[in-house]
Ligand binder design. Structure first.
Ligand SMILES: Cc1cc2nc3c(=O)[nH]c(=O)nc-3n(C[C@H](O)[C@H](O)[C@H](O)COP(=O)(O)OP(=O)(O)OC[C@H]3O[C@@H](n4cnc5c(N)ncnc54)[C@H](O)[C@@H]3O)c2cc1C
Length: 567
């Protein structure tokens, strides 16, 4: 079947009309074609055997993967998405247009947690555009709708960066025929959802019972597509969401109070960490014990009360969910319901970073949130828990941190500790100093690769502006900073202890747990609807500490539209 009407047809109005009617008829056939009449097609696209989905090694997939030959091209595609918000195709789109040659590589390389792949036919889109221009077709095709949603997740101005990579494949292009076959594309547009590695070398068959890739069955309009996503993630993204105004807030290093906002990031990081663990089925017989240890630590000392509750709930039901014979009885596939678990309450993950937001979408975020979480744990434990905490954190990073390079480096630092920790102080200082070693190494690496976030350069931490008394001087021989470790520990305890938890404390005053509805009502009543609701309220409550900031922020938020809730 020929999909394309040549350019001469479109040169005149009559030609355009004929062309449009032709394609319109074809669209009708395609969009109404269902598996039942597929068999009659001579087109090979519906006759091939589909290959089984292969799951790539999750530990390899996200951070800094090995660099095969296609690396440069897939990186440049992802860069295009980040920097320009364009796919490089005819449409100046937010969705990334892929083809069979780069599909696997880009999906393997993306740091996004989920991916949507839209199979479409570009010629149909053009035809329908043309029809609309001559008033022949009112019902919109999916592209503008898809784009409205992609705007939220892709590109430099993504409102919710790093969560969903939205891509598309032009099935009318010959090069993609086999790929469209593998996904049994029977009508246009056809949208699929899954974790990016699941698409790599994968496919989809209508009759396959268990499939890690799902068909998005209701994406006719942007609202409906976003509704589907919200149901899937338990999120409340709205088409009108605006980029969070964090960047307007000062990133003043010397303002210790800014760490208070990181309470939202440690919640986000906790939730994201478990999403990754569940999504990648990282709970195995050999990693189970290490996860239990880390859950115990979180349940007792997480700086966010609702994460303490969520992780404690998970811990309580852990044995039922993952009995020791779980892996021998192959129940693993039945655990899809676990993906809906909310470790830090129903609004988390929210999809954006506050304290940890980088100036680009691919910097900071999750790993920053994880560091903040680890430091905050280190200053909350008792002396008697210091060795346990050390083991729990080292094992957690080793078994569950998706970044291979980080795992390796951190493991080395853990392995070089020769005697057990006896005090919380020693452990907190060890973690601080290990983080500084990572900073030092990355500073050099980022300088040589030009990958640093200019607004958040790696530094030896804390800088003098944050803690002058931490500095004793410079050792002339080694040219290294001499620290006053008592002062450093005191500073860490204040910074990651009291200050970080100050907003959470205030949230608890208004009864965050179980009373979230009341909080939202309060905000609705005062017309200060914000994203995130909790953050604004907490900042408002803590406005004695952040007076000017809170006033400014609230005034910004008041002009916003109410946040959507999805049922
Ligand atoms: C366990 C772990 C190991 C990692 N290893 C690697 C690696 O090997 N290679 C790699 O490329 N990336 C690694 N990363 C990621 C990397 O360290 C950063 O998290 C990432 O580059 C984002 O940097 P950032 O600017 O947000 O600051 P981050 O380094 O993430 O720090 C977050 C915040 O912590 C505070 N902070 C900074 N230094 C310290 C300190 N010494 N003590 C206490 N608080 C501090 C600052 O306020 C900073 O904004 C690792 C992350 C983790 C959690």
């Amino acid at each position: 079947m020929t999909y394309w009407a040549g350019p001469s047809y479109r040169a005149t109005f009559t030609g355009q009309l004929v062309y449009v009617i032709y394609v319109y008829a074809m669209e009708f056939l395609l969009t109404n074609e269902m598996p039942g009449n597929r068999g009659n097609r001579s087109d090979s696209r519906f006759g091939v055997e589909r290959s089984a989905s292969t799951i790539s090694d999750p530990k390899q997939s996200l951070w800094k993967p090995t660099l095969p030959s296609s690396f440069a091209s897939r990186r440049s595609i992802l860069r295009d998405v980040k920097e320009n918000g364009k796919s490089g195709g005819d449409h100046p789109d937010y969705a990334v247009e892929l083809n069979a040659t780069n599909f696997d590589a880009v999906l393997k390389d993306t740091p996004a947690t989920f991916a949507i792949v839209e199979f479409f036919a570009k010629c149909l889109v053009k035809a329908i555009d043309a029809m609309s221009s001559v008033g022949l077709k009112k019902a919109p095709y999916s592209v503008p709708h898809y784009e409205k949603v992609a705007r939220l997740f892709n590109g430099p101005d993504a409102v919710h960066p790093g969560i969903i990579l939205m891509t598309r494949i032009d099935c009318a292009s010959k090069i993609n025929t086999k790929l469209c076959d593998k996904f049994s594309v029977g009508h246009y547009p056809m949208l699929f959802w899954g974790s990016p590695p699941k698409f790599v070398g994968g496919g989809w068959e209508p009759k396959q019972e268990k499939n890690d890739i799902l068909v998005i069955d209701d994406a006719r309009t942007a609202d409906r597509l976003l509704n589907w996503i919200n149901k899937k993630l338990g999120s409340s993204f709205g088409l009108d969401d605006q980029k969070f105004q964090n960047e307007l807030l000062s990133s003043n290093f010397s303002d210790a109070g800014q760490i208070a906002r990181a309470i939202y990031d440690v919640e986000e990081a906790t939730s994201t960490a478990f999403d990754i663990i569940l999504e990648h089925k990282m709970i195995k017989r050999e990693t189970r014990a290490s996860l239990i240890k880390f859950l115990q630590l979180l349940a007792a000392h997480h700086p966010s009360r609702r994460c303490r509750k969520g992780t404690a709930d998970f811990l309580v039901s852990f044995d039922d969910l993952y009995p020791t014979d779980f892996w021998s009885t192959k129940q693993e596939d039945d655990k899809s319901s676990l993906r809906n678990l909310k470790f830090c309450g129903k609004d988390v993950p929210r999809g954006y970073w506050m304290f940890c937001r980088g100036s680009k979408n691919d910097t900071r975020g999750f790993s920053c949130g994880l560091w903040v979480l680890l430091h905050s744990l280190s200053v909350r434990i008792e002396d008697g828990e210091s060795q346990f905490t050390f083991n729990a954190i080292c094992d957690f990073v080793h078994n569950f941190f998706i970044c291979e390079e980080c795992r390796q480096h951190f493991y080395k630092m853990c392995s070089s500790v020769s005697s057990p920790f006896n005090t919380a102080r020693d452990f907190a200082l060890w973690l601080w100093s290990s983080h500084n070693k990572v900073n030092e190494r990355l500073k050099k690496e980022e300088a040589s690769l030009g990958t640093a976030d200019p607004n958040f350069p790696k530094t030896i931490w804390p800088p003098k502006q944050l803690c002058g008394s931490c500095y004793l001087g410079l050792d002339q021989k080694s040219n290294k900073i001499e620290w006053n470790q008592d002062e450093v520990f005191k500073f860490l305890t204040d910074y990651y202890g009291k200050t970080l938890a100050s907003l959470d404390k205030n949230r608890n005053i208004v009864g965050n747990d179980g009373a979230e509805g009341a909080v939202e009502d309060l905000i609705v009543a005062t017309n200060a609807i914000v994203v995130p609701v909790g953050a604004a309220l907490a900042i408002a409550v803590a406005s004695c500490a952040f007076g000017a900031l809170a006033c400014y922020w609230r005034s910004q938020q008041k002009s916003r539209k109410p946040r959507r809730t999805w049922k």
